[in-house]
Design a protein around this ligand. Structure first.
Ligand code: 5RP
Length: 225
């Protein structure tokens, strides 16, 4: 089974998983990336059952609107019952690396207000230790070199993501060479670097539920500690 087939299958399973939240007054938080895109396409099939969505990126907003799903500004929404998004890596504690698509900041904001965070991945994203996937860090452009030097001091190898500007007008450093064994501490340390907007670790607010697309079907997991 190829990776796209696994992504499509886990996206469909997510629709079944969030069935209970699909009420006439419900707003669904929607992530960004190719797995999230499969989810949006499946969500469109049940769009009459809920009120609308909050998008975690301009690209997601565009895709939702193309399907005729109303998109709300997060500032006008009191509560999100559920947020569904993909990830670049996930460990047994459901801590994540996100931001491969550069939408980490808005994704983290939407995840922070959601009561339930459902992460959807194919099996290639599951790891024992986070960090093989370079950790994306969104940085204010003028602080790029200063933050990069601090990251080298912390043992990382930051690489400037060329020709990429986030939806918030900032730049991304992808940090290679990290073995992230204490993800909450790493997340706090990277957040404290002046000039940093957000880092792609989702450990202080991990996923609540993980759905994994495998060739044997979709597995549901909760944190193992
Ligand atoms: C975007 C993200 C994505 O969730 C992550 O990159 C996974 O993407 P994909 O589903 O395309 O593999 O964090 O910022």
């Amino acid at each position: 089974m190829d990776q796209d087939t696994l992504k499509a299958s886990v996206a469909k399973a997510a629709i079944e998983y969030i069935d209970v939240y699909l009420q006439s007054d419900a707003i669904v938080g929607v992530g960004t990336g190719s797995t999230a895109n499969f989810f949006i396409d499946s969500l469109a099939e049940v769009k009459q059952r809920f009120m609308g969505a909050v998008a975690s990126s301009d690209a997601t907003e565009e895709r939702l609107k193309a399907h005729g799903i109303p998109v709300y500004d997060l500032n006008s929404v009191d509560e999100l019952a559920v947020y569904v998004d993909g990830a670049d890596e996930v460990n047994e504690s459901l801590e994540l690396i996100k931001g491969g698509g550069g939408a980490l900041t808005r994704e983290k904001i939407v995840a922070s207000v959601a009561k339930n965070f459902v992460c959807i991945v194919d099996t290639t994203k599951c790891v024992t230790t986070l960090g093989s996937f370079p950790l994306p860090i969104e940085v204010i452009a003028m602080a790029r070199s200063a933050v990069a030097r601090r990251l080298v001091g912390l043992g990382g190898q930051p690489v400037y993501r060329e020709n990429f500007v986030t939806d918030n007008g900032n730049v991304i450093l992808d940090v290679h060479g990290l073995a992230i064994d204490a993800a909450k501490e790493f997340e706090q340390t990277f957040n404290s670097l002046v000039g940093t907007v957000t880092n792609g670790l989702f450990a202080l607010r991990p996923a609540d539920v993980l759905l994994v697309g495998t060739s044997e079907g979709v597995q549901e997991k909760t944190a193992s500690n």
